[in-house]
Write a protein that binds this ligand. Structure first.
Ligand code: ATP
Ligand code: MG
Length: 415
C-alpha cells in the first residue's frame, strides 16, 4: 500500500503491503433506493430478526452513536493490551488498510484476557484501527454491525470489539491459523504451494460465503485474496466487512455509491459509474479464481503497464477458439492438476469477468454449483500424475489429463 504506520500502544512497527484505492466505506453514500443502508432495509423478509443491540459511543467528534449486536463482547483497551502483550512485536500478525493485526489470548468461557496456552484459553486476532483514519472509524462500525449480525461457516467470526473515549477502535476475531490466501499464493517462502485440490476447495468456500451474503442482500464489495483467511484444515472464510453494504431493493439492479474497493478486483462498471450490485462481487470472485489458477497477483505494478492487471494479462489467453489455459497456470503447481478442471475453472472465471454485469453468473445458482462439480470425485477420472495432492477431479471430465504448465495486488483505488 505504500502506507507506513506506527501502531499505537506497543512496539510493533509495520509497513502495509497494499495501497488504497480509496479508504473505504461511506454508509451515507447516495443510493438509488431511499434508506437502503439501514439495518432494517438491509434484510429482506427472509433476513435475520433484528438482534439485541447495545450502543457504542463513537469516539470521534461528530460521529453518531451506533447500535451493535449485544451478542458481541465489549472489550476494554486494558483487556486487549493484556491479551496481546501490549501489542508487542511478538504478537504482530500483519497489517492492512485498517491498521495492524495482533494475536491474543482470551478465556473461552469468560472472554477475559488469558495467558498464552492456558487451559481453556483460545487465540484471537485483534485488529487495531489507526487512530488517524477517520474513514476507518466508519469501516469499523460497518464491520461490527454486519459481522455481529451475519453468521456462516465461511465468514470469519467476530468475537467482540473495543471502542473507548480515547478513540481506540479494535475488532476481535476468531484466529485463522493459516493466515490469508494472499500469503499462500504470493509469498515466496518456505511454505509449500497450495495444491490444486485445496485451491478448488477454497474457491468453493469463498463462493459459499458470498452466496450467503447475497442471500441476505449484502454486497461484500472487497473480495480479494487478502480477505480470504484459512483455518487449520484450509477451510476458507471471508474477512473484512468494512466495505460491505446493503444491496438494491425494490427490483432495482444496483445501488449508486462512491467508488471504493481494491484496484485489480473492482468491477469495471462500478469503477466507471459507481453502480454497485451483487454482480460486482461476482467480478471480484472471477479475479480471485484467476489468482488461484495463475499464482499471480490481481495487480502487480512490477510487471509493467501492459500486464500489471491480471485480468488484462490472462483474458486473451483464456478466450477464443485457441484457448491456452495451460499458459496461465501457476508453475508452482508443477503441472499437478487435471487439465479439464483448469479449463472448467477458466471458463467460469471468464463468465464472472464479463464486462456486462447482467451476463455474469449468479453466485448461488450458477457459480457455486459449477465449482462444487469440480469437488466431486469420479471413479472414471484417471490422472496421469502420481501426485498425492490431486484428490479431486471434475465429474464433467472423465478423460482427465495432467498438464505441464508453461507459466503461471492488492491495492485500493478511488475516483
Ligand atoms: N482473523 C485472523 N486470523 C489470523 N490472521 C489474521 C486475521 N485477520 C487478519 N490476519 C492477518 O493480518 C493480515 C492483515 O489483515 P487485514 O485484513 O488488516 O489487511 P489486508 O486484508 O491485507 O488489507 P485490507 O486492509 O486492504 O483488507 C492478514 O494478511 C493476515 O495475515
Ligand atoms: Mg483484510
Amino acid at each position: 500500500m505504500g502506507n507506513f504506520c506506527v501502531c499505537m500502544g506497543g512496539s510493533a512497527k509495520c509497513a502495509s503491503a497494499s495501497a488504497p484505492f480509496e479508504s473505504k466505506v461511506n454508509p451515507r453514500s447516495s443510493t438509488s433506493n431511499s434508506n437502503s443502508n439501514s439495518k432494517a432495509s438491509r434484510r429482506g423478509s427472509s433476513g435475520p430478526e433484528k438482534p439485541q443491540v447495545a450502543e457504542v459511543q463513537a469516539a470521534a467528534a461528530g460521529e453518531e452513536v451506533a447500535e451493535v449486536p449485544a451478542s458481541l463482547k465489549s472489550f476494554s483497551m486494558a483487556d486487549l493490551r493484556t491479551a496481546t502483550k501490549n501489542f508487542g512485536s511478538t504478537s504482530y500478525l500483519g497489517e492492512g488498510g485498517f491498521g495492524c493485526v495482533y494475536k491474543g489470548w482470551i478465556d473461552e468461557a469468560t472472554l477475559a484476557p488469558a495467558r498464552p496456552g492456558a487451559t481453556n484459553a483460545m487465540m484471537v486476532a485483534i485488529k487495531k484501527l489507526k487512530k488517524e483514519s477517520f474513514q476507518g472509524h466508519r469501516e469499523w462500525l460497518t464491520e461490527v454491525t454486519y459481522l455481529g449480525d451475519l453468521h456462516h461457516d465461511n465468514l470469519v467470526k467476530l468475537v467482540g470489539y473495543c471502542s473507548d473515549s480515547d478513540s481506540n477502535k479494535l475488532l476481535v476475531y476468531e484466529y485463522m491459523p493459516r493466515g490469508s490466501l494472499e500469503n499462500h499464493l504470493f509469498r515466496r517462502g518456505s511454505q509449500p504451494p497450495l495444491p490444486w485440490s485445496t485451491r478448488v476447495a477454497v474457491a468453493v468456500d469463498v463462493a459459499r460465503g458470498i452466496a450467503f451474503l447475497h442471500s441476505r442482500d449484502v454486497i461484500f464489495r472487497d473480495l480479494k485474496s487478502s480477505n480470504v483467511l484459512l483455518g487449520p484444515d484450509h477451510r476458507a472464510k471471508l474477512s473484512d466487512f468494512g466495505l460491505a453494504r446493503a444491496g438494491p431493493t425494490g427490483g432495482k439492479s444496483h445501488v449508486s455509491t462512491r467508488v471504493v474497493g481494491t484496484r485489480g478486483y473492482a468491477a469495471p462498471e462500478y469503477v466507471a459509474t459507481g453502480h454497485l450490485s451483487a454482480k460486482s462481487d461476482v467480478y471480484g470472485f472471477g479475479v480471485v479464481l484467476l489468482e488461484l489458477m495463475t499464482g499471480r497477483r490481481a495487480l502487480d505494478e512490477s510487471r509493467g503497464l501492459a500486464s500489471e492487471l491480471l485480468v488484462d494479462w490472462a483474458m486473451p489467453m483464456l478466450q477464443g477458439e485457441r484457448r491456452k489455459v495451460i499458459r496461465v497456470m501457476d508453475t508452482r503447481l508443477g503441472g499437478q492438476y487435471p487439465k479439464r478442471q483448469a479449463q472448467d475453472m477458466a471458463a467460469l472465471a471468464l463468465r464472472c469477468l464479463q464486462n456486462d454485469p447482467k451476463s455474469r453468473p449468479s453466485m448461488a445458482d450458477d457459480v457455486l454449483p459449477s465449482l462444487q462439480l469440480l469437488l466431486q470425485p469420479t471413479t472414471a477420472a484417471k490422472s496421469s500424475s502420481s501426485s498425492s495432492s490431486l484428490t479431486t477431479t471434475s465429474s464433467r471430465s472423465p478423460a482427465t489429463t495432467m498438464t505441464t504448465p508453461v507459466q503461471r495486488g492488492h491495492r485500493r483505488h478511488h475516483r
